[in-house]
Design a protein around this ligand. Structure first.
Ligand SMILES: CC(C)(COP(=O)(O)OP(=O)(O)OC[C@H]1O[C@@H](n2cnc3c(N)ncnc32)[C@H](O)[C@@H]1OP(=O)(O)O)[C@@H](O)C(=O)NCCC(=O)NCCS
Length: 186
């Protein structure tokens, strides 16, 4: 039997454009581990670090998007990207969206995803009333993680094309965000 790994606390900070390359590398590693049964192997192997780094440089630079990094002494171990909801049926003033949440697959179930989640909720609570995100129905690990944190499927479905003949069929999760604490002033 494998021993349970000890929880590791990571430190959280906001990404800068200099972080784009490690973020892209971690996302590729996470996709290859998490989606190996959902996406063709040839597509997963074709994911290009340079192209993805450029995309992350642009995303991190956008003022409406926040990218949080979880780091330990060895470097990046996870990241979360979030901002206003992008779906046409949601009000971006009232609903935030978690666009990406990825933890280094060698570090799953050690608390990093929870650290990122808690830091994100702290930033979103009071600014938005609810949070939405898209997830693959087969992604049981992520769905359980979100359900334990109060989100549930809201009936939304979409097909996101990734490449010719390759797509993500996703379902939407949604849940309330905590109100601003009574003591908070701004
Ligand atoms: C989903 C994901 C972000 C979760 O990250 P994580 O770092 O594994 O999350 P945590 O370790 O904080 O929590 C996972 C579970 O392990 C538990 N856990 C954490 N440390 C633990 C430990 N030392 N021993 C036993 N269990 C532990 C947590 O309590 C949690 O269970 P809960 O949800 O019932 O509370 C991660 O699995 C991932 O990156 N998946 C691939 C990408 C993905 O699917 N992203 C979501 C796309 S929508």
């Amino acid at each position: 039997m494998n021993p349970t790994p000890p929880p590791t606390r990571s430190s959280i900070r906001t990404a800068t454009t200099d972080d784009a390359r490690p973020v892209a590398a971690l996302q590729i590693a996470s996709w290859r581990a998490a989606y190996r049964l959902d996406l063709p192997e040839t597509y997963l192997q074709s994911l290009d670090l340079e192209a993805r780094s450029g995309r992350w440089r642009d995303l991190i630079a956008r003022p409406e998007i926040e990218v949080l990094l979880a780091e330990d002494p060895d470097g990046l171990v996870g990241f979360a990207a979030f901002g206003p909801a992008r779906d046409s049926d949601l009000d971006p003033a009232g609903t935030a969206q978690l666009y990406n949440l990825h933890v280094d697959p060698t570090r799953w179930r050690r608390g990093t995803g929870s650290d990122l989640w808690n830091a994100m909720i702290e930033r979103l609570g009071g600014r938005w009333a609810e949070l939405a995100l898209w997830v693959l129905p087969t992604n049981r690990r992520a769905r359980a993680f979100y359900e334990r944190r109060g989100l549930n499927p809201d009936g939304g479905r979409q097909r996101e094309p990734l490449a010719p003949g390759v797509a993500f069929d996703e379902i939407r999760y949604r849940g309330a965000l905590p109100p601003r604490p009574a003591s908070a002033t701004e």
